[in-house]
Ligand binder design. Sequence first.
Ligand code: NAD
Length: 492
Amino acid sequence: MKSYNMLIGGEWVGAASGETFETENPFTGKSWATIPRSGVDDVDRAAAAARKAFNDPSWSGLSASARGALLRRFADLLAANADRLAEVETQDNGKLIAEMRGQLRYMPQWYYYFGGLADKVEGRVIPIDKPGVFNFTREEPLGIVAAITPWNSPLMLATWKLAPALAAGNTILWKPSEFSSASALEFGRLFEEAGFPPGVVNIVTGFGSEIGSHIVSHPQVDKVAFTGGDRTGQGVYELAAKSIKPVTLELGGKSANIVFEDAVLEDAVKGVVSGIFAASGQTCIAGSRALVHRSIYPAFVEALVAFAKTARIGDPSSENTQVGPITTRPQLTKVLEYIEIAKAEGATLALGGKRASDPACGDGWFVEPTIFTDVAPAMRIAQEEVFGPVLAAIPFDNDEQAIEIANGTIYGLAAGVWTQSISRALTMSQRLRAGTVWVNTYRAVSYMSPFGGFKRSGIGRESGLSAIREYLQEKSVWIDISGTVPNPFVQR
Ligand code: NAD
């Protein structure tokens, strides 16, 4: 068993209590490493270290260009360590090695981009309406950013927070998911190696149920950047409100992949399959509803089932595997429960529908790629996030109805549109209430393009130019240049 420590104030330490927990490999179902199980006193230590670093000239005194250079140095180290980190992640969370390598080799771009942006954040001079005063603005960091991240793409989703937050000059208290802390701790070493001063990035491991509230309500924490489930997010939002902390929330989804009768069917089949079965459906942007025009519905479903059947399920560390395990035991139970709910609701099972028994899956936590047809929009399987390889196929009769069904959930994270008509593509991209709309593609993300949710899918945007604003606050500075102190009883 490997034994990890966590990073507080530049030191690699265990929990003050000495407690640890075991992290399991979803493919073997066996524990492979121990992780410190933090308590509230560890959070206090990390918050104090982050505050000290925020106030220390070794960080606060750096020019924005120097901060950018540190981020770019980190990006170089990340690029050099991408394959090693991918292996750790595959072992710890069961994501496919091919996907993890791709994700990790692309991840440095966020640090190059936001490193480059660090010294392009500028204040303004306001042509103020009052004589004898000069007024300008400064963009300042918020202070300590608590980053709370989930298990499904652990380093990528942390990167979406850490890169802009550090570029803006904040310090970090990062709590990774208890199901995927190993990669975070390996990642932490690279911040040290890149030369970030001690305490700028702190990583506190442990259970959200034990330390999450303490982090969110901590008086030293100035902002909470959270990615996770919408119920947890709701609790985080409520608690943050009590101490008037700004939040970004990246929450769940029930995204619709809409296939029109004029779509290139082969492409749409690939898009729908990648939308739901990539990462075994454990992505917030999973296209978990396929809305298909009734005229092509039977043929489309047949092609979809035939293609999904070809997916190779098994060992995530093999290059050839296309569908890996479910990351956590509780998630495995949840996905199987939703399959039963869909059956009980009267949906027709067209593919899969149970824990995979393929010999390639061993004792791992696998669910077969599952497709339900005859799904009505109001069914729970069409409304609630499953976060697993389960697709609900819903027919529609016209564009208006497609929009109504697509927009008819509490979520609004993403949507896919498959059509050859430019006017339909534009109309749909305007009328779909989702933070991302893909036309004739699915799952594309970039460090350059904003990502986030409409409705219950979240608040705020990550990636792209505007993401750095989530980690800055504007200050207005007034300077008297008249040389005369005015009458104190007259407001200027
Ligand atoms: P989760 O909400 O259970 O946990 C997320 C994080 O919150 C973990 O670090 C957890 O320890 C912590 N946490 C738990 N209870 C807490 C509390 N009371 N206070 C503060 N923190 C607490 O989510 P998960 O199961 O790890 O991840 C899956 C969910 O994340 C899915 O719903 C998925 O849609 C969502 N997600 C959203 C995005 C996005 O960008 N919109 C991306 C990936 C995942």
